[in-house]
Design a protein around this ligand. Structure first.
Ligand code: PMP
Length: 441
């Protein structure tokens, strides 16, 4: 399947050779790499995209989940064109900021908001606010979770699970070089779905004189395939963090707006002190948002924390976000996404059953995936032990060769757009069935 795909990517190969001269590895961002060379994209429309060789794909990656609104969405295009024609940047407040903040406050049940331009900026800002609010330096995160590329959170992700310590004392491990040890030491990882380990570690940190400022986590993990919280876990986390004066941050960069209108916060019914949003907020334009309670966000309002950025709340992104929230992500759109996702998951489950295939399908809203594992994944260790990475990669190739572009990493899920229809879902299912058939015949 790999050779078959590479044979269709001749122009991408040519571009790659030239690109490597002045672009590190020929790509703008390390996660755009692909072995043996990246696929260079040409254009997108609705649920589809075309690469520079003219290959057509249903886009199930959707810009790592940022294109919930679909490519070249006419409502987003109209809003952005209109805004651009009136001037695209002033570094001054405009009315769209206010409308977007009001909309997000309603969706997530958190009253106070600020904007920036990416998921990384959102988690960075949220952590600083939590530190300022609590006057504490240490932070906690879930082992294996990705929260962006700034130093404080590039820790304890993608590590060798054989060497990460026990669940009560998971190690703080920098991912990649260039992260100061002093920063590594301030970030303490705990396992997902393990309330006992969380409480244990908090009490230990308190005893050492290092109580944590915050726990940053995804309510439902989205970078180890999809790992939902066990019943009662989020409620327990809410209670424990409250008891110990720890700011609970739900990182909704992936889940916010995609799993439902009010993100994972509304889906699972547990309200954190802060949420971080980005990706699908502005229909493909760079954007990020942080929302919080009046109490926590007061440190911004009284000037204690300077939350700034030249392009924060930039007019193009805010115009796109407003159109997205008001015109695109309607109740009917969510109903459609739920229906398409159900069709996909039902189809996958039938195939898995028919061919007695090692895996299971699950999803929420626009997000879903088949996890190629014989057992249920509940945390980082069970993911690394369980997931069949080779099969995952083969599934990716089967899809790419049959006109479906999936997220390239072994950790990722699919994100549907409002334009994904029955035909898109059935194209995916046919490719999946072909693989299951070929492997079990
Ligand atoms: N948080 C989560 C949960 C993410 O999945 C990501 C990106 N995949 C980020 C933060 C960082 O977002 P960005 O790439 O926009 O900086």
């Amino acid at each position: 399947e790999g050779d078959k795909l590479n044979a269709k990517l001749g122009k991408s190969h040519e571009m790659y050779k030239r690109a490597c001269e002045h672009l590190c590895n020929g790509v703008a961002s390390s996660y755009q790499l692909r072995d043996p060379w990246p696929i260079y994209v040409d254009r997108g429309q609705g649920s589809k995209m075309w690469d520079v060789d003219g290959n057509e794909y249903y886009d199930f990656n959707n810009g790592f989940g940022a294109m919930l609104q679909g490519h070249a969405n006419p409502d987003i295009a109209a809003a952005v064109n209109d805004r651009f024609s009136k001037g695209s940047h002033f570094a001054m407040p405009d009315w769209d900021d206010v409308v977007v903040a009001e909309n997000l406050a309603k969706r997530f049940g958190l009253p106070k908001w600020r904007f920036n331009n990416s998921g990384s900026e959102s988690t960075m800002d949220a952590i600083r606010i939590a530190r300022a609010y609590t006057h504490r330096d240490h932070i906690m995160k879930i082992f294996g979770s990705y929260h962006g590329h700034h130093d404080a959170v590039m820790i304890s992700i993608y590590a060798d699970y054989n060497n990460i310590g026990d669940r009560y004392h998971l190690k703080s491990l920098p991912y990649g070089a260039g992260i100061p040890q002093a920063t590594v030491d301030l970030t303490v990882p705990v396992p997902f779905n393990d309330l006992d380990a969380l409480e244990h570690r908090i009490e230990e940190m308190e005893a050492e004189g290092n109580p944590p400022a915050c726990l940053i986590m995804e309510a439902c993990l989205m970078n180890m395939s999809i790992v939902p919280p066990e019943p009662g876990y989020l409620e327990g986390v809410r209670e424990v963090t409250k008891k110990h004066g720890i700011v609970l941050i739900f990182d909704e960069v992936k889940t916010g707006l995609t799993v439902g209108p009010g993100g994972a916060t509304k889906l699972f019914g547990v309200t954190p002190d802060m949420v971080t949003i980005a990706k699908s907020l502005a229909g493909g334009l760079p954007s990020g948002a942080i929302g919080g309670t009046n109490e926590v966000m007061h440190v911004v309002e009284d000037g204690e924390v300077y939350q700034v950025g030249t392009f924060s709340g930039n007019p193009l992104s805010m115009a796109a976000a407003r159109a997205s929230l008001e015109k695109v992500l309607t109740p009917a759109a969510y109903e459609h996404l739920d229906r398409m996702n159900q069709r996909l998951m039902d189809g996958c489950r039938e195939i898995i059953k028919k061919y007695d295939f090692p895996g299971y399908a699950q999803g929420f809203g626009a997000k879903g995936c088949v996890t190629f594992s014989p057992h249920k994944i509940t945390d980082y260790v069970s993911f690394r032990k369980g997931q069949n990475a080779a099969l995952n990669q083969l599934a990716w190739l089967y899809q790419a060769n049959r006109g479906v572009y999936m997220a390239p990493g072994r950790e990722e899920e699919w994100t549907l757009s409002v334009f994904h229809d029955e035909k898109a879902c059935d194209t995916y299912l046919a490719a999946f069935e072909e693989m299951a058939h070929d492997l079990t015949k």
